[in-house]
Design a protein around this ligand. Sequence first.
Ligand SMILES: Cc1cc2nc3c(=O)[nH]c(=O)nc-3n(C[C@H](O)[C@H](O)[C@H](O)COP(=O)(O)OP(=O)(O)OC[C@H]3O[C@@H](n4cnc5c(N)ncnc54)[C@H](O)[C@@H]3O)c2cc1C
Ligand code: FES
Length: 357
Amino acid sequence: MAKFHTLKVAEVRRETAEAVSIAFDIPEAAKAEYSYIQGQYVTLKIKLNGEEVRRSYSVCSSPLANEPMRVAVKQVKDGRMSTYLNTQLKAGDMLEVMTPMGSFHSAMNAGNKKNYVLFAGGSGITPMLSIIKTVLIAEPKSTLVLLYGNRDEASIIFKAELEKIVADNKDRVKMVHVLEHSPKVEGSLFRGIMLPEKVKALIENYVGLNLDNEFFICGPGPMMRNVESTLIELKIEKQRIHLEYFTVYVDAGKAQPVVEIPTIESSVTVIMDGEETTFELSSKGKSILDAAMDAGVDVPFSCKGAVCCTCKAKVLEGKIQMDKNYALTDQEVAEGYILTCQAHPLTEKVVVDYDVV
Ligand SMILES: Cc1cc2nc3c(=O)[nH]c(=O)nc-3n(C[C@H](O)[C@H](O)[C@H](O)COP(=O)(O)OP(=O)(O)OC[C@H]3O[C@@H](n4cnc5c(N)ncnc54)[C@H](O)[C@@H]3O)c2cc1C
Ligand code: FES
């Protein structure tokens, strides 16, 4: 079950002018709870100006490498948490860190001979670095292609570390930079942003579509949409495409219709750490997450915007309706998983379990 612990910051390392990476010291007693899978994220909780702020950050370290758990944070203009972490945080500080979560990964198997195609934009490199390092250790026969978009050369997070990885694994890792502005970059393919034509050209040049490919996409919303729609157009099976959104991004192509729901007064039971709490909730009222918080349950959450998955739970009884969902896969939804921050009851009795995620 997702839980916060107070962890000591072991190191704050400046990666670029706008980004730091943060390594944590995990006490022996909590190590098992912080065991993670490549591509997962942790949620940090900080009081800023008296208000609790929660934000999620992908882990950039590998669970298989002998290294501390580390996240990387790019400073967002006027962003509360990212500015604090980039300008105030220092080694030795204590931070409230939730245990790792997320499903931006595929199962590792030493026998796999896959080709991992990673489309990263800006800070979207963080889960990718974790995936690259892990695949290199866990799957000796697999290869990786990193297609990495940035504004300019100075904004490339982990540039030196990635170059070393490529140099040490020439036959297994390819890296292609696409820079929006750079006088040094030759060739139109490597300049600009990842519009659909560019994505198609990058795939034609660097990805064998006959390989056992697994696609991972993380970066700004429009870039993610361009890559995903191009892959769909190329008839890549949906289960081979993994997406990790960092922010709520809605465009015409992805907007989710607002579904009118009937008014139903429901008795909702949430199970958390084996304890059941029941409350009344209208289908037109608050989300199950907010109602559970009002009822005094310490439920996990971060973005409250259908993006991060921290509030994930499973419906054991009854039906619910989600306002939005950018985080759960079709398969997870079919299995009964929900984002409780978006969920409203649709039957007179609903039972939701936070313990089975
Ligand atoms: C699963 C998950 C993993 C994430 N991993 C990482 C990571 O590894 N590294 C990382 O740096 N961030 C990551 N994020 C984003 C992070 O959680 C925060 O959203 C981000 O740091 C901004 O928070 P803030 O408090 O600084 O900004 P806020 O105070 O929330 O926002 C301030 C303003 O900036 C805008 N904004 C918010 N986020 C962004 C963004 N990413 N780009 C552009 N504008 C934005 C907002 O719309 C708002 O106008 C992740 C998010 C999720 C859901
Ligand atoms: S809290 Fe992030 S999806 Fe619900």
